[in-house]
Design a protein around this ligand. Structure first.
Ligand SMILES: Nc1ncnc2c1ncn2[C@@H]1O[C@H](COP(=O)(O)OP(=O)(O)OP(=O)(O)O)[C@@H](O)[C@H]1O
Ligand SMILES: Cc1cn([C@H]2C[C@H](O)[C@@H](COP(=O)(O)O)O2)c(=O)[nH]c1=O
Length: 701
C-alpha cells in the first residue's frame, strides 16, 4: 500500500525549511546538537583520563557518573521545566543557554590545566550545570517553534528538530574520533602541544555553542503561543509519564508486551556499548578514537537501520522481522564484546545498531498497522519512553556493573588473559538479551495473521526476494492447477492459452480458460474503463486499484471455485501484469503493489507462470486495430514493463517458464506442453473417461 511521505522526507523538509527564521533556528539546533553529543563523548573520555591511575572501579564509576549527569536529567526532570520556561523570554533563554553551556564545557579542560586536583569534581559540576541549563533551553526551543511555523507544518518541524537531537550523534562521534586521532598525531609530532585528546573537542564545543547562540540572537520570535498542545510525544517532557503509563486496552496485550520487551532489549544492547565503550576501547588499545568509532557505529547504525529497515527484507512479515532483528541485536552485542580487534568491534557495533534501528522502525510499522488509530499515539509514546529510559539506565548502570566486576589478568598456563569488566558486562547483557528477545519474538509472532510456513522458509524466501503470501486455509485449499500466461502486448498469450486449453481438454481435463481484466461482469466494465483511450486521466494509483478490483472479483467468482472443483485454470494475465505494468511501468513501489494484489487475490499464487518475452516494438507491431489506452503508452513504458516481467521471473525461476516469443508458435506450444505435463497427473486412459468424467487434478503438495 502506498505510504504517506515518510517523516523528514526531502520534499516536506524543504517546505518548513523554506521559512527563514525556522531555518536559522534549525541550523543553530544542529550546531548545539553536535556540541551536546561532542560534550558527552569528551566528558566521558576526560573522566577516564583524569582517573587513569585509579582502580578500575573508580574509573568505571567516574564514567557512570558522567553518563548519569548527562543523560538522566532530560528524562527525569523535563516535566518540571515547562511552567518555568513559559515565564522566560524564549530567544534570550536559548541564547543564554547556548553561551553558558559553551563556557561551562570550555571551563572543564581549563580547570584541568589550572587546578588538576579539582578537575574531576569540576567536570561533574560543570556537566550538571550544563544539563540544567539545557533543560531550560529545550523548553524555550519547544515553545519557540510554534511561533515560527504555521500549525500545519508543525509536524514536519517537529521531525526536523528530532533529527537535531538524535541524528547529530553519529556525526559528533565521527568528529570526536577524528579530533582524537589528529590530537594524537599532533602530540607525537610536537610534544609541547600534547594535551588530553578530549580537550580539543571541548574547545571546539565552545565554538559550536557560541555560533548557535549568535544565530538565535538575530531571530525575532513573535507572539507567545504555548507549546503544550503541539508537543510531540517524542519530546522529553512526556517520556517518563508515557513510559510508566500502561497500555491496557490499547490492543493485543501480548503483542504490545512483546514489542516493548523486544525494543527495550535492543536499546539495552546499544546502551551497554555506550556505557562501557570508552574503557572497552581502551582495553583494545584504541582510546578516544576507538570510543568515538564505537559510538558513531552503534548510533549511526541505528539511524541507518531505522531509515532502511523497512526496505531490507521487505518480503518478510513485519512481526517476523521485528523478532529477528531484536534477537540479532543481542547476538551481535555478544560478538562486539568478545572480539579483540577495534575495527572488527566497530563493524559489529554498526551491525548491532542497524539491527536495533530496524527493530525500532519495524515496531512502529506493526503499531501503525495493528493498533487502532485512537490508541496509536499513546502506544508510540509508551514505546519511545520505555526505550529512552532503558537506554539511559543501561548506559549508567553498565559501567557501574563493569566496575564492580573489575579488570583481571587471569593466568592461563604460560599466558595471561585480560578479563575486563566491560567484556563481562557486554557478554552478560547480550546473553540476557538473547533470552529476552527470544521471548519477545514468541510473543510478537504468537497470533500473527500474516504468518507463513515458518521463520526459516520465510527468511530464505525473503533473502531470495520471493514473496510468501498468506497460505490458503487447509480446508479451503484448491485442488486444481493454476497456470498463468504473462507477457507484453502481442506476445502471443491468447494464442498459447487457446492451444493449451485445447490440448488439455483433449486429454480429458476440465479446463477453465480465462483472462484479466474482464472475465466477470464487473471485470468487463472495469476492462472497458481501463482500456478506453478517453480515460487518459486515470491516475496510476487509481489504475492499480481498478485492476486489483478486477482480480479480486475474478479470483473469488471464477478461479477459486474452478480450482476447488479440481479444474485446470489457465489465465491470460494475472498479478504479474499488475507488478510489471503498474509497478515497473508506472514506477510505483513494487512492495505496495505486491501487498495490494496479494490481498486482492487472497494470496493465490499460480502453480506455473509462462512468460512470453517479447520486445515491445515487435509485440506492438503484431497487434491489429487501434491501440488501447495502455498499448498507446510509450515504448519506454513497455520496455520497463518487459524488464519488470523478467525481474519477477528471475526471482522465482522454479515457478516460471520463460520463452522467447520470436520462436515459431508451434515450438512455444510444445515447450509449454512439456512443462505442463510435469505438473499434472497422467491422463486417464480414454476408455475410462465415461466413468470418471473430467479428470480432476490431484495435487501432491
Ligand atoms: N510466436 C509467434 N510469432 C509470430 N506471431 C505470433 C506468434 N504468436 C502469436 N502471434 C501473432 O501475434 C498476434 C498477437 O497474438 P496474441 O493475440 O496471441 O497476443 P497477446 O499476447 O494475447 O496480445 P494482447 O497483448 O493483445 O493480449 C496475433 O496475430 C498472433 O497470430
Ligand atoms: C491484468 C492487467 C492488465 N494490464 C494491461 C495490460 C494490457 O495492456 C491490458 C489488458 O489487455 P490484453 O487484452 O491482455 O492485452 O491491461 C495492466 O496494466 N495491469 C494488469 O494487472
Amino acid at each position: 500500500m502506498s505510504r504517506p511521505a515518510s517523516p523528514g522526507a526531502p520534499s516536506e523538509a524543504h517546505n518548513v525549511l523554506a521559512i527563514t527564521p525556522f531555518r536559522r533556528l534549525w541550523i543553530s539546533l544542529v550546531l548545539s546538537g553536535l556540541g551536546d553529543w561532542l560534550s558527552l563523548l569528551a566528558l566521558v573520555s576526560l573522566a577516564a583520563i583524569f582517573t587513569f591511575d585509579a582502580p578500575a572501579l573508580v574509573r568505571y564509576l567516574a564514567i557512570a557518573g558522567v553518563l548519569a549527569v548527562k543523560l538522566a536529567p532530560a528524562v527525569l526532570f523535563s516535566p518540571l521545566v515547562g511552567a518555568l520556561v513559559d515565564r522566560l523570554d524564549r530567544r534570550w533563554t536559548m541564547v543564554g543557554g547556548d553561551v553558558l553551556r559553551g563556557l561551562l564545557y570550555v571551563s572543564v579542560p581549563v580547570v584541568g590545566l589550572l587546578a588538576p586536583g579539582f578537575a574531576l569534581p569540576w567536570l561533574f559540576i560543570a556537566a550538571l550545570l550544563a544539563e540544567i541549563v539545557e533543560l531550560l533551553w529545550t523548553g524555550a526551543r519547544d515553545s519557540a517553534i510554534p511561533n515560527l511555523v504555521p500549525r500545519k507544518l508543525l509536524g514536519q518541524a517537529d521531525r526536523l528538530v528530532l533529527f537535531t537531537s538524535y541524528g547529530t550523534a553519529p556525526a559528533a562521534a565521527l568528529l570526536f574520533a577524528a579530533l582524537a586521532s589528529v590530537s594524537n598525531v599532533l602530540g607525537a609530532l610536537v610534544p609541547s602541544l600534547a594535551s588530553p585528546e578530549a580537550d580539543i573537542a571541548l574547545y571546539l564545543n565552545g565554538l559550536l555553542f557560541l555560533a548557535a547562540a549568535a544565530l538565535v540572537a538575530g531571530l525575532q520570535i513573535p507572539g507567545h503561543r504555548p507549546a503544550k498542545d503541539t508537543q510531540s510525544p517524542t519530546r522529553d517532557a512526556r517520556i517518563l509519564p508515557s513510559a510508566v503509563r500502561g497500555l491496557r486496552g490499547a490492543g493485543d496485550p501480548v503483542l504490545l508486551r512483546g514489542l516493548s520487551l523486544g525494543l527495550v532489549t535492543t536499546v539495552v544492547a546499544v546502551g551497554a556499548v555506550i556505557g562501557v565503550g570508552r574503557l572497552h576501547a581502551e582495553g583494545l588499545e584504541a582510546g578516544n578514537a576507538g570510543f568515538g568509532m564505537l559510538f558513531a557505529a552503534v548510533l549511526g547504525g541505528m539511524g541507518l537501520g531505522a531509515v532502511s529497515g523497512p526496505r531490507i527484507l521487505k518480503l518478510l512479515g513485519r512481526r517476523r522481522l521485528f523478532g529477528l532483528t531484536a534477537v540479532g541485536a543481542a547476538v551481535l552485542l555478544l560478538f562486539t564484546g568478545a572480539v579483540g580487534d577495534m575495527v572488527l568491534a566497530a563493524v559489529l557495533a554498526l551491525a548491532l545498531g542497524v539491527a536495533a534501528g530496524m527493530a525500532w522502525a519495524t515496531a512502529l510499522g506493526v503499531v501503525t498497522r495493528e493498533v487502532e488509530e485512537e490508541h496509536r499515539t499513546a502506544v508510540h509514546a509508551h514505546l519511545n519512553g520505555a526505550a529512552r529510559l532503558a537506554l539511559v539506565a543501561t548506559a549508567v548502570l553498565a559501567p557501574v556493573a563493569a566496575g564492580l566486576v573489575g579488570d583481571h589478568a587471569l593466568p592461563l598456563g604460560p599466558l595471561t588473559y585480560d578479563l575486563r569488566g566491560s567484556t563481562v558486562v557486554l557478554t552478560v547483557v547480550a546473553l540476557l538479551g538473547v533470552v529476552a528477545a527470544a521471548v519477545a519474538h514468541r510473543q510478537v509472532n504468537r497470533d500473527d495473521p500474516e504468518a507463513g510456513p515458518g521463520l526459516l522458509p520465510e527468511l530464505f524466501a525473503a533473502l531470495r526476494g520471493v514473496e510468501i503470501t498468506e497460505p490458503v486455509a487447509e480446508d479451503d485449499r484448491p485442488s486444481g492447477a493454476f497456470i498463468v500466461v504473462e507477457g507484453g502486448e502481442g506476445a502471443g498469450k491468447s494464442t498459447q492459452v487457446r492451444e493449451l486449453t485445447v490440448w488439455l481438454r483433449d486429454q480429458g481435463f476440465e479446463v477453465v480458460s480465462t483472462r484479466q481484466p474482464g472475465a466477470t461482469k464487473l471485470g468487463m466494465r472495469l476492462r472497458a474503463l481501463l482500456l478506453d483511450r478517453e480515460n487518459s486521466h486515470i491516475t496510476p494509483r487509481a489504475e492499480v486499484l481498478l485492476y486489483a478490483a478486477d482480480k479480486a472479483d475474478h479470483v473469488q467468482q471464477e478461479i477459486l471455485p474452478a480450482l476447488r472443483r479440481g479444474a485446470v485454470v489457465i489465465s491470460d494475465r494475472y498479478t504479474d501484469s499488475l507488478l510489471a505494468y503498474q509497478g515497473a511501468g508506472r514506477d510505483l513501489a513494487a512492495s505496495d503493489i505486491g501487498d495490494i494484489s496479494a490481498w486482492a487475490v487472497q494470496g493465490l499464487v499460480p502453480d506455473l507462470t509462462v512468460l512470453l518475452d517479447v520486445r515491445p516494438e515487435e509485440g506492438l507491431s503484431r497487434l491489429g486495430g487501434p491501440a488501447d489506452r495502455i498499448e498507446s503508452e510509450s515504448v519506454e513504458f513497455h520496455e520497463r514493463v518487459r524488464r519488470g516481467f523478467l525481474d519477477l521471473a528471475r526471482k522465482d525461476p522454479d515457478r516460471y517458464l520463460v520463452l522467447d516469443s520470436r520462436e515459431p508458435r508451434e515450438k512455444t506450444t510444445r515447450e509449454i506442453q512439456k512443462r505442463v505435463r510435469a505438473l499434472l497427473p497422467d491422463p486417464v486412459p480414454s476408455g475410462s473417461e465415461a466413468v470418471t468424467g473430467m479428470i480432476p487434478v490431484i495435487r501432491n503438495d
